[in-house]
Design a binder for this molecule. Structure first.
Ligand code: IVH
Length: 680
């Protein structure tokens, strides 16, 4: 165990780090006005993680380190909202807004003007955050309005949700505060997530809302932490907790307590002004970085709100004015079943072309078998198609009243549309797959991925040319690419001497690559660019990857069981081994990654740290080792070559002595790294 005497110093350092990180996170995420560089923030954050890892007893529930997620839950608990979370009545026309105002006047017996707050209606998920004495204790979904699901650990991963309230203005901290707002995913976050899923051959999310819902309902909060979720606050359960007299003041106070409020929320002196703002937001809508589906209009004066009270399901003092949706009807002519790189079969609707939200749509994804069944689609059906913002078009539903007599229901095929092998659907999975590893469609998709931007990025070869080459029998698998000649290409339609030579030159050039790029390109399930880079850093060579056990993969920070399993299976597969051997024979070669370059002074050495360093932080020391080609271990294992002991070294020192591992004091370590450079 570590000596207890420096615990107080550590405690103070932790408190300092948490305070700094809270402040800088607020400046960055909420105010969009950072005070320090990203790298400096990362350094503080890494120091905090390292300290908390070393002193788990000093970990606190409000530490910003909670943002990375925690151990998976078995199930969500139910939680009752102290005050119900109501929904809103909708208005679809301007007239309905003026009718709303008329009802307010009658109810209140009022003929003076009513002031409103008009806020974008975010299309995400409503959540409640409960703060006791300033600490976030419970976060939950809306559920049925009375009872929701407890998703505290997931909500804690969202950078714009304060883990503790901070007084940035002149605000006293309320003893209890129940905050309500919307969790959402930006358009960009959504697009990036779907691109990643496409690369990993996972089913795509239909829209940002579904993607955000999926992320929030993860039992493994570490997955939630990887989704770029965001949060706008729009109110509190009980305004009395904030001593404000208007809703606009409530929002201002929430902002001072550390929450992000939507910049397009406007105080409006009259319903005419509300309608103007509604139209303004309608125009802005397509330029906003997130999806909104209307404007929420709220009576601003809290005393009037109190007098108005609630109806059964919605407050009398608020109304949602909805934008007209970008929808259109058309006819479903046929359904095509595409086979992806990992054999996933995706149904795609072929539609009579129709303009939706300014774009002509003739194809729309139907996602998977469950979606097809749920929508009960028949060929010849008139279907409702929609596009939300930049999102890929989707079929909302069939208008079954218009169904032609004897229309045939859409069914998933039982065998692969490309190779005729039987399809299979694993229990608990939505994806139907072709399991034939030699399926030509999978191979072709794999080739397309290999040469594409997320892969080897080979110029002059795209989807169409690969289809052509496969059809001509010239390229069936990845090694075939590297035996291709200009003479074979030239006679094919659309090719000339020049383009053929260029393509062959680009293919040849791609032989000299990096391991990371190749790993992302070759098409290992669940392995994209990020994991590929981790693997390169840790293993360095193809041979090391082929020799690795599942446990070795699991040791890599950022790789979980599913990925480790997929990697182990991949590298021990005989066909894969044959392909890799052939590629190396054909001249595929890897530029060594910088960190493990053999020439670097600490290459081949594995460092473990114990005790507190005084000259620099532990994170800085680790970085120094890595930039000099060394590796850093997180626990004692047989690969460790050097133990660096700071102040109050713990039990690792004894272990190291027993194992005969080289032991360095802090001064010796500093000498070692100062005397060696990071080289380039
Ligand atoms: S206020 C009692 N403000 O709309 C009033 N809701 O249909 C409660 N929503 O479940 C809601 N943006 O998820 C309010 N600025 C906003 C909102 C908003 C989105 C959602 C919220 C709620 C639903 C009501």
């Amino acid at each position: 165990m570590d000596a207890p005497d420096d615990t107080e110093a550590i405690r103070q350092r932790l408190a300092y780090l948490r305070e700094q990180l809270d402040l800088h996170s607020y400046r960055y995420h909420v105010l969009d006005d950072p005070l320090i560089a990203d790298g400096e923030y990362d350094q503080l954050f890494r120091e905090l993680l390292a300290l908390e890892e070393r002193y788990p007893a000093l970990r606190t529930g409000d530490s910003i380190s909670q943002r990375v997620g925690g151990a998976p839950l078995a199930a969500f608990q139910s939680v009752e909202h102290r005050l119900p979370m109501l929904s809103l009545e909708n208005a679809f026309t301007e007239q309905e807004l003026f009718d709303f105002e008329e009802r307010l006047r009658r109810f209140l017996n009022l003929d003076t003007p009513i002031a409103y707050m008009a806020e974008p209606k975010l299309d995400g998920l409503a959540v409640e955050l409960v703060y006791h004495e300033g600490q976030l204790t419970v976060g939950s979904t809306r559920g049925n309005g009375q009872v929701g699901e407890e998703i505290t650990v997931n909500l804690k991963t969202i950078p714009t949700i304060p883990l503790r309230l901070t007084v940035f203005g002149d605000q006293p901290l309320p003893a209890l505060l129940e905050v309500r707002g919307e969790v959402f995913l930006s358009m960009r976050g959504f697009a990036a997530l779907n691109e990643q899923r496409a690369r990993d051959n996972e089913p795509l999310f239909a829209n940002p809302r579904n993607a955000a819902a999926g992320a929030l309902r993860q039992l493994d909060s570490r997955i939630t932490a990887q989704r770029p979720l965001d949060f706008f606050v729009y109110g509190v359960a009980d305004p009395a907790h904030l001593a404000a007299t208007s809703h606009s003041a409530v929002l201002q106070k929430l902002r001072q307590l550390g929450f992000k409020i939507n910049p397009h929320a406007r105080q409006c002196a009259s319903m005419v002004a509300v309608v103007e703002h509604f139209h303004e937001l309608g125009r802005l809508r397509s330029t906003l970085p997130y999806d909104i589906d209307g404007v929420v209009v709220k009576v601003d004066d809290l005393d009037l709100q109190r007098r108005l009270g609630n109806k059964a399901r919605s407050p009398r003092w608020a109304m949602a004015a909805k934008f007209a949706a970008s929808q259109a009807t058309t006819v479903l002519r046929d359904v095509e079943f595409g086979v992806g790189r990992t054999g996933a079969v995706t149904p795609v609707a072929l539609l009579d072309p129709v303009v939706v939200g300014g774009v002509t749509v003739s194809r729309a994804t139907l996602h998977n078998e469950d979606e097809v069944r749920r929508k009960d689609l028949h060929l010849g059906d008139t279907v409702l198609v929609q596009r939300a913002g930049d999102v890929i078009p989707e079929v909302v539903k069939a208008i079954s009243e218009n169904r032609p007599a004897n229309a045939r229901p859409v069914r998933m095929p039982v065998s692969c549309p490309e190779c005729d092998s039987p399809l299979s659907r694993a229990a608990g999975e939505a994806v139907t797959r072709c399991l034939n590893p030699h399926c030509p469609a999978q191979r072709l998709q794999g080739l397309i991925h290999f040469v594409g931007k997320a892969g080897m990025d080979i110029d002059g070869l795209g989807k169409a040319s690969l289809e052509q080459l496969a059809a001509a029998g010239l390229v069936n698998d990845i090694p075939d690419l590297y035996t291709l000649t200009a003479e074979q290409l030239q006679p094919l339609e659309g090719w000339g001497a020049k383009s053929a030579e260029n393509a062959i030159a680009a293919i040849s050039k791609s032989k000299q690559t990096t391991l990371a790029k190749f790993l992302a390109a070759i098409g290992i399930r669940h392995v994209g660019e990020v994991t590929a880079a981790l693997l390169e850093q840790r293993f360095g060579t193809l041979a090391a990857l082929q020799a690795a056990s599942e446990a070795d993969f699991l040791e890599v920070e950022g790789i979980g069981e599913q990925v480790a399993d997929s990697l182990f299976r991949f590298f021990t597969d005989d066909t894969v081994r044959a392909v890799l051997t052939r590629l190396v024979e054909l001249g595929l070669a890897f530029t060594p990654p910088r960190q493990v370059a053999a020439g670097l002074p600490l290459a081949g050495r594995v460092f473990l740290f114990t005790g507190t360093l005084s000259a620099c932080s532990r994170s800085e020391a680790k970085a120094m080792v890595k930039t000099r080609g060394g590796q850093v271990a997180s626990a004692m294992n047989k690969k460790v070559t050097d133990l660096v002991c700071g102040e109050a070294a713990g039990s690792k020192l004894k272990q190291a002595e027993e194992l005969g591992i080289r032991i360095l004091g802090e001064a010796e370590f500093q000498e070692l790294v100062q005397g060696t450079s990071s080289g380039g």
